[in-house]
Design a protein around this ligand. Structure first.
Ligand SMILES: [Zn+2]
Ligand SMILES: [Zn+2]
Length: 371
């Protein structure tokens, strides 16, 4: 230990105000890395945790815990065994890096089947007491302790922090989902929701080969951005206020065929699911990613049977996803304004205010920048 200290925001039970605490910056074990966070951002699941929708039951969360799981930073201290990142690029102190928050064990039946499935041994660090060593295991802090086995990658110089920050998790989560459903060349994709996930999904779907991307939302700030992220058509709730009108519009745009893929990336509107199913054509796929809270909805089963529709869920991503997304961003930065998804920036001390703004839907994506 060098006597260095770093600030972190800690959360408790939902409803208890967050606090800023100071912890000693640990020395890394031989296979670990300590990073200095340059920016973090607020994801939909952070909002659900803040509200108490997901995570440990209320009454079991007394431990101080640093929230947040989207980040970018610089290597502060390298463990003595580490020479490269996870794709073999040399790594040294000062390099810009992103890393995965999600840490599957890699050696259980679930991981062997699909490493993005919820590994029963994952997130071992998520519920520990952050007052204890190694402290820095959340995004809203000055430092982060990248544990042995946690995937880490160098960020291409050309990709700014404002884009790299949400590679884990927003952009990688949708990239993995789109690969999982094997999006085909020339497909029509409907994206329900134009937040960080929806905007990332629009540009990635175009890059994979979608012929037409249709994005649905109602917030003016988001709809403003949608076109620059590759959307061919926008369906504004204010213009098409009923599910029937929106379904009809998709049918119109696809010459009556319906879409090959509809995906939801909304935080809390489960009624988009039955609506999206009706937008699909024969053999279409419905991909669900955003509704991680305690939501349910009524589904009519006939379309699944008669039209051969598939319903697929996806969370997390694999070890190759982050470098694929970084390469995609570096290659298409002049085409898509990835840095514009971060619409508001807050100081570390104002992280809870940022969370409240995000919860009220007043931002596209909020970032937290330590001093
Ligand atoms: Zn997330
Ligand atoms: Zn596992």
């Amino acid at each position: 230990m060098t006597g260095e200290k770093g600030k972190a925001v800690v959360s408790f039970e939902p409803g208890i105000p967050w606090e800023v605490r100071e912890y000693p910056v640990p020395d890394p074990e031989p296979d670990a890395i300590v990073t200095k966070i340059t920016m973090s951002s607020i994801c939909g699941s952070d909002i659900h945790l803040y509200k108490g929708d997901i995570g440990s039951p209320i009454g079991e969360r007394q431990n101080p815990k640093i929230p947040g799981h989207e980040f970018v930073g610089r290597v502060h201290k390298l463990g003595s065994n580490i020479q490269t990142d996870f794709i073999g690029q040399p790594l040294k102190e000062g390099d810009r890096v992103v890393w995965s928050y999600y840490v599957p064990c890699g050696r259980c039946p679930s991981c062997l089947y699909d490493v993005a499935l919820p590994c029963p041994n994952r997130h071992k660090h998520a519920n520990f007491n952050h007052d204890e060593y190694p402290h820095f295991k959340g995004a809203f802090a000055e430092y982060y302790y990248v544990s042995p086995g946690q995937w880490i990658y160098k960020v291409p110089d050309i990709v700014p922090d404002e884009a790299a920050v949400y590679v884990d998790c927003a952009a990688s989560t949708v990239a993995y989902g789109l690969q999982k459903v094997k999006l085909g060349l020339g497909a029509t994709v409907v994206i329900q929701g134009a937040g960080g996930l929806g905007l990332s999904a629009a540009s990635i779907a175009k890059d994979i080969g979608a012929a037409r991307v249709i994005v649905i939302d109602k917030l003016p700030d988001r709809l403003e951005l949608v076109k620059s992220f590759g959307a061919d058509n926008i369906i504004d709730h204010n213009e098409y206020p009923t599910p029937e009108a929106r379904i009809e519009r998709v049918k119109e745009l696809t010459k009556g065929r319906g879409a090959e893929l509809v995906m939801e990336v909304v935080a809390s509107a489960p009624d988009v699911v039955p609506e999206g199913i009706e937008m699909l054509g024969l053999g279409g796929t419905y991909l669900t990613i955003g509704l991680v809270g305690p939501y349910s909805t009524n589904l009519r089963m006939a379309p699944f049977i008669n039209k051969g529709i598939k319903l697929i869920g996806s969370a997390n991503y694999g070890p190759s996803t982050i470098p694929q997304v970084l390469e995609f961003m570096a290659r298409t930065l002049d085409k898509y304004p990835f840095d514009k998804i971060i619409s508001h920036k807050f100081r570390l001390e104002d992280a809870e205010e940022a969370m409240k703004k995000a919860m009220e839907g007043k931002v596209v994506r909020a970032a937290i920048v330590p001093d």
